[in-house]
Write a protein that binds this ligand. Structure first.
Ligand code: FAD
Ligand code: NAD
Length: 473
């Protein structure tokens, strides 16, 4: 049994864990990372990258088909096999050699195996060969173990071997009929992808489609899914599931209706990967999300335990987890070296943006890009707001971009401070536009100053001017 010491031990080598380790090494400390599967985690192999690769080719094809002149040049259908091959390469063929080389070049030690906290700053790593290593951290242990798909307790579901997002992201065959339980981000993206790849898709959206976004987002995505042949069943709740001997899945809804499919994808949210990481050894509850303060230190921990990324539930997104990683890496270095900690709002060592400035792009057709609070969330937060809406298709740049451009924009203004607190864009290829809104929200740029940020003509960004004009000067 080897015993090795490092300044910092990170459990989980997803995007977040990798960035934490990199940051502490750049700050002059030593770091080890513990990984039980592939270095790179969910985003690289089973989430962001492969799913976006599944969506991208169809999106390009749709764009061409919607444009007279280009449309005439499109003579064939989507090549599903080629899409799957491209996806394979974006998932690095589920091999982590590239990321392992990067760890080496960054000076981060890799310990492969299941990590468990066994005591004060001690992590045991059990390798696949059963060999146990004991690692000791001089300063901090960071839990970056991510999350897994949540399965509901629907009778027969587990026995039916449903797909989770991992299977949908990595599938080598396109199912003839795909039923999806859920109406959130994974459900809508995968419905979009698989409908384009040739599946007959049914979405069972018990609580609505993208129901936490601005209402027009769900409406426009639903309309487009339906136009693509997807059956979207809002309010449908699954009572039981059974897979028969020929592989057909039978879903019975609570109203008695029956649906048949070749695969069923469960996409109802996530559960933290904290069940078997030894939280009970440090007085915390196994299986629970880890609550952290703004410097990502675990509340109710002993001061040396931190948690970043999905596992702390602040924002289940890669970019936000990596943002946390930069803050937590830097704060561990600062505390270890006795330097000043900048933990005030928007300080270097806190993840303030997690509260009210989280951007997200849902890569459906149309895309849904948002940052900050929705109108409903702002109202619930007690802000005195004004909501400004504008038809995105009525901007000159949109009309040029695509024939019959369908889209919508909303700006939520905090009337007391006259700054933007929420921004949502729904439209084709609007993903790249959201960062301007993120900057306006994080910078708390007053509306009066925004009038001087002039969008170039004729771009879709002119939506900014139209929203300001609608608000009034
Ligand atoms: C289908 C899908 C699509 C998504 N698309 C996007 C997107 O487009 N954009 C976006 O920003 N976000 C997206 N997300 C969210 C994104 O994938 C996550 O927010 C991100 O992966 C979280 O990173 P993480 O490092 O916290 O966790 P993970 O990526 O889950 O990494 C955690 C790592 O810890 C390892 N681990 C766990 N327990 C142990 C242990 N005990 N010992 C050793 N190792 C352990 C795991 O094997 C894993 O490698 C998507 C999610 C899904 C499900
Ligand atoms: N493009 C992106 O940024 C992207 C893409 C995919 C996933 N993600 C991340 O992954 C996370 C997980 O995505 P997700 O779609 O699984 O979760 P989600 O929270 O987006 O959606 C879950 C949906 O399932 C519904 N639901 C919950 N319990 C249910 C039940 N028992 N039966 C039926 N429906 C139920 C909810 O009402 C909701 O509509 C998200 O939080 C998101 O941050 C991000």
């Amino acid at each position: 049994m080897a015993n090795t010491s490092y300044d910092v031990i990170v459990i989980g080598a997803g995007a977040v864990g990798e960035n934490v380790a990199d940051r502490v090494v750049q700050g002059g400390l030593t770091a080890a990372i513990v990984e039980r599967e592939l270095v790179g985690g969910e985003c690289s192999y089973w989430a962001c990258m492969p799913t976006k690769a599944l969506l991208r080719s169809a999106s390009a094809l749709r764009a061409a088909r919607r444009l007279p002149g280009a449309r005439e040049a499109v003579t064939g259908d989507l090549d599903a096999r080629a899409v799957l091959r491209r996806r394979d390469s974006f998932a690095s063929h589920w091999k982590d050699d590239g990321q392992v080389s990067w760890l080496e070049s960054a000076g981060i030690a890799l310990h492969r195996g299941q990590g468990r906290i066994t005591g004060d700053r001690v992590v045991e790593v059990t390798g696949t060969d059963g060999v146990v290593e004991t690692l000791t951290a001089r300063h901090a242990v960071v839990v970056a173990t991510g999350s897994s798909a949540l399965l509901p307790d629907i009778p027969g579901l587990r026995e039916s071997q449903p797909w989770t997002s991992r299977d949908a992201a990595a599938a080598s065959e396109v199912p003839g009929r795909l039923a999806i339980i859920g109406g959130g981000v994974v459900a809508t993206e995968m419905a979009t992808a698989y409908a384009s790849l040739g599946s007959v898709v049914t979405v069972l959206a018990r609580d609505g489609v993208l129901h936490l976004a601005e209402p027009f987002a769900g409406e426009l995505v639903t309309k487009s899914l339906q136009e693509a042949g997807v059956s979207v069943r809002v309010g449908a709740e699954t009572a039981s599931v059974a897979r028969d001997s020929d592989g057909t899945v039978h879903l019975t809804l609570t109203d008695g209706e029956r649906i048949e499919a070749d695969q069923v994808l469960v996409a109802i949210g996530r559960t933290p990967n904290t069940l078997d990481i030894g939280l009970d050894n440090v007085g915390l509850e196994p299986g629970a999300w880890l609550t952290v303060d703004d410097t990502l230190r675990v509340v109710d921990g002993d001061g040396w335990l931190y948690a970043a990324g999905d596992v702390n539930r602040r924002a289940l997104l890669t970019h936000q987890g990596k943002y946390q990683a930069r803050a937590v890496g830097d704060v561990i270095v600062a505390r270890a070296q006795g330097e000043e900690v900048h933990d005030g709002r928007w300080g270097r060592h806190v993840a303030t943006a997690d509260e009210r400035a989280v951007p997200q792009v849902v890569f459906t057709d149309p895309e849904v890009a948002s940052v900050g609070l929705t109108a409903a969330a702002a109202e619930a937060a007690g802000l005195r707001t004004r909501v400004v809406d504008y038809n995105l298709g009525a901007v000159a740049g949109s009309a040029l971009y695509q024939h019959d451009y369908q889209g919508q924009a909303r700006m939520v203004v905090d009337e007391d401070r006259r700054v933007i607190v929420g921004f949502t864009l729904v439209g084709p290829d609007i993903a790249e536009l959201i960062h301007a809104a993120t900057i306006a929200i994080v910078g708390e740029v007053p509306l009066d100053r925004l009038w001087h940020a002039v969008p170039a003509y004729p771009t879709v960004s002119e939506i900014w001017l139209r929203l300001l004009e609608t608000y009034g000067r």
